[in-house]
Design a protein around this ligand. Structure first.
Ligand code: PBG
Length: 334
């Protein structure tokens, strides 16, 4: 009898929870997480978002309260998204210039109540346009007009900074927006406000629940779901994504983001190797909805799959994760 003994035994380092903890390469920490939150006009109770269990559109007082809870959990940052009332929407996003815009009011209120919380505000026009696109349309309404859009985006970014945003986060995917926003912020005396660029943002079907949450799923007029593929990236293209993201770095971004996260871990990993800037990944609404849906059907173990999804995003190279699970996950670590 000639017994065979493997020469290398990797299982030695997996024998006990103790040794597994010692050799663990990647950990998710509360300090890595950013909680996205939705804010709406008006008063009353937070409105549940059907396809995002546990997520709400908060009226101002409830938003401030929720931000207090998030800060107490040790989460460093929140990203605020407004649901703009239909009456305030038009083709060119005029409401961006309105000081009473619920987003600016929210930034001011949260900044005053929680000065230690890092505030992130999206820069894109989709909450403000009646057609739901992230920018202004060309004269023939056939596409988004890049350079005309930049003028409104810079105005939005400067107003967000003035209202208290610490990072403005262009999510529009227009060409040249990071340079334009950097220059507008600097001229308006907001040199301290940073730019978290949605550097590699794909034209993804995973944004569906978010568009329901902010009311931009279809045009106000009720057209078919929006196609943003003339500005958001083709899901088939990694090289193009990396190229586009690295341009945001050269234009002055302080941190880069990949979005969605889970289906684009290869992009995250490649970008990690190509930039020394901090990297964020956005685990988007559809990724969140998928996990909840499978858990409801009892087809997957909710906590296990949630935690594995976050760990995988960190392992691929994210320094920070925007995730709707942030507060819930942080509360469980305490
Ligand atoms: C707006 C924006 C979107 C998301 C963040 N900012 C939607 C879109 O581009 O259509 C999606 C976030 C999510 O799905 O959780 N430009």
């Amino acid at each position: 009898m000639n017994a065979y003994f493997p020469q290398r035994r990797h299982r030695r380092n997996r024998r006990r929870p103790t040794v597994r903890a010692l050799v663990q390469e990647t950990r998710v920490q509360v300090q890595d997480l950013i909680q996205p939150l939705f804010v709406r006009d008006g008063t009353g109770a937070p409105e549940p978002i059907e396809s995002m269990p546990g997520m709400y559109r908060y009226p101002l007082p409830a938003l401030v309260e929720e931000c207090g809870r998030i800060a107490d959990l040790g989460i460093p940052a929140v990203a605020l998204f407004p649901q703009i009332a239909t009456a305030h929407k038009d083709a060119v996003g005029r409401h961006v210039r309105e000081d009473q815009n619920i987003l600016y009011r929210a930034l001011r209120a949260v900044k005053a109540a929680q000065p230690g919380l890092w505030l992130i505000a999206d820069v894109a026009l989709d909450p403000y346009t009646d057609h739901g696109h992230d920018g202004l349309l060309t004269a023939d309404r056939d596409d988004v007009d890049n350079d005309a859009t930049l003028e409104v985006l810079t105005e939005l970014a400067v107003r967000e900074a003035a209202a208290g945003a610490d990072w403005v986060a262009p999510s529009d995917m227009m060409d040249g927006r990071v340079a334009a926003i950097r220059s507008a912020l600097d001229s308006a005396d907001h040199a301290a406000t940073g730019i978290l660029a949605y550097a590699a943002k794909f034209a993804s079907a995973y944004y569906g629940p978010f568009r329901e949450a902010v009311g931009s799923q279809t045009a106000v007029t009720g057209a078919p779901p929006l196609d943003k593929s003339t500005y958001q990236l083709n899901p088939a293209n990694r090289r193009e994504a990396v190229n586009d993201a690295l341009l945001d770095e050269r234009e002055g971004a302080d941190a880069l983001m990949v979005k969605p996260a889970g289906p684009y871990l290869d992009v995250l990993q490649t970008l990690r190797q190509r930039t020394d800037l901090p990297l964020a990944a956005y685990q988007v609404s559809g990724e969140y909805a998928q996990i909840h849906a499978a858990a409801r059907l009892k087809w997957l173990d909710y906590t296990a799959i949630r935690d594995e999804s976050l760990l995988a995003i960190k392992r691929a190279g994210a320094d920070m994760i925007l995730t709707y699970f942030a507060a819930e996950w942080a509360a469980e670590q305490a």
